[in-house]
Design a protein around this ligand. Structure first.
Ligand code: GLA
Length: 418
């Protein structure tokens, strides 16, 4: 009898989350990069972290076309809480800034076809010093979030030990599951353990988290975007293999629409995040977006590529002395996305290459659609000379699909990718 029990324990995994959520990367809006911990509602009522701000962003998401393109998450970050838990140990929102509570915001979001995300921290305090989820509070807090009908939790890792994180992140996954409410789970755990194996156990993360931050916070600058791109590229062998439907690497928010990026750089961030199969969380003032930035963020073909059902993260396939890097993401139905990215600082660069140089093989003929201009380039074979003109710190992005396969005559007959 004892023997049987031991065997069972060995073959049945301790638990597996697989909550079925986020089969494609989440899209929406997240407060932090743009609004930080601005709690000064007296002097800055339109921009402080408050119910007003989230209601305003919910309205924009619902009314300006975002929701219909897939941007459905409205996510709260740090600084939503009162400084202390209540007498029963429950988390409470700041009563002045969130006068109707979090359930009200969740209802407001749901009534508009949106989902609400909330933020906590697996430690003694959040990064900005608000009450954290200590190990004894995991279940209580999960239940609180479920009672508020929240749809996503970002669990940060400030003020925690290695031990707290190793216990707490899986415990929160179990607790969220036990509520019976589908709550997508974003774990900052890897970011607090240097982001890479052996310290980070991605096999476990895939089971318990839907997405995870593994690198530094993004800031409002091109330099910051580049540092994320560099880290993701340097470690692409590890990172590419751990991403997939239901479990994504999160290189952090889109800063398009803020103060740090030029037009070219904004296009580059969007294209590279799409290659990375990254969550698309905008952190910007949706009330004040320029038409140009709106076009970038609402590019339908871009979003279709980002949301490709195979969910394969792309990688850099070529880097050149001329400071042009080429990234490629395999997509469903044999399609591919290619980004030609310039790190140059001089002038538009005429880059010449061929599909063969990007490891394409002989037999297939492709057509390409330029994701930003809509231009079509047809009849591309492995040896066709390709010239793209790439602006400094900009990209050219192609959606490439086979129109004929000499070894498989069926390809190209139905054009199912269009
Ligand atoms: C950490 C996270 C950020 C943000 C802040 C909030 O720095 O990485 O994304 O949530 O905390 O304090």
């Amino acid at each position: 009898m004892k023997f049987t029990v031991v065997w069972l324990a060995l073959v049945v995994p301790a638990f597996s989350l697989e909550n079925g959520l986020l089969r494609t990367p989440p899209m929406g809006w997240l407060a932090w990069e743009r609004y930080r911990c601005n709690i000064n509602c007296k002097e800055d009522p339109d921009n402080c972290v408050s119910e007003n701000l989230f209601v305003a962003m919910a309205d924009r998401l619902a009314e300006d076309g975002w929701r219909d393109l897939g941007y459905v998450y409205l996510n709260i970050d740090d600084c939503w809480m009162a400084p202390e838990r209540d007498e029963n140990g429950l988390l409470v929102p700041d009563p002045e800034r969130f006068p109707h509570g979090i359930k009200y915001l969740a209802d407001y979001a749901h009534a508009r076809g949106l989902k609400l995300g909330i933020y906590e921290d697996m430690g003694n305090k959040t990064c900005m010093g608000y009450p954290g989820t200590t190990l004894d509070k995991v279940q209580l807090d999960a239940e609180t979030f479920a009672n508020w009908t929240v749809d996503m939790l970002k669990l940060d890792g400030c003020y925690s030990t290695v031990h707290d994180r190793a216990k707490g992140y899986p415990a929160m996954a179990r607790a969220l599951n036990a509520t019976g409410r589908p709550i997508a789970y974003s774990c900052s755990w890897p970011a607090y353990d240097d982001g890479l194996p052996p310290k980070v156990n991605y096999t476990l993360l895939i089971e318990i988290c839907n997405l995870w931050r593994n690198f530094d916070d993004i800031q409002d600058s091109w330099e910051s975007v580049l540092s994320v791109v560099d880290w993701y590229t340097e470690h692409q062998d590890v990172l590419q293999s751990v991403a997939g439907p239901g479990h994504w690497n999160d290189p952090d928010m889109l800063i398009i629409g803020n103060y740090g990026l030029s037009f070219e750089q904004a296009r580059a961030q969007m294209a590279l995040w799409t290659i990375f199969a990254a969550p698309l969380f905008m952190s910007t003032d949706l009330r004040a977006l320029s038409p140009q930035n709106m076009d970038i963020l609402q590019n339908k073909l871009m979003i279709k590529i980002n949301q490709d059902p195979l969910g394969i993260q792309g990688r850099r396939v070529l880097t050149t002395k001329q400071k042009i890097d080429v990234f490629l993401r395999p997509l469903s139905k044999e399609a591919k996305a290619i980004v030609f990215f310039s790190r140059r600082v001089d002038m538009p660069h005429r880059f010449q290459t061929s599909l063969r140089a990007l490891n394409f093989t002989d037999s297939v003929v492709y057509e390409a659609e330029d994701v930003y201009t809509g231009g079509i380039i047809s009849g591309l074979t492995a040896d066709t000379n390709i010239t793209v003109v790439i602006n400094p710190s900009g990209v050219v992005m192609w959606f490439l699909y086979p129109i004929m396969d000499l070894e498989n005559p069926m390809v190209g007959k139905t054009r199912p990718w269009l």
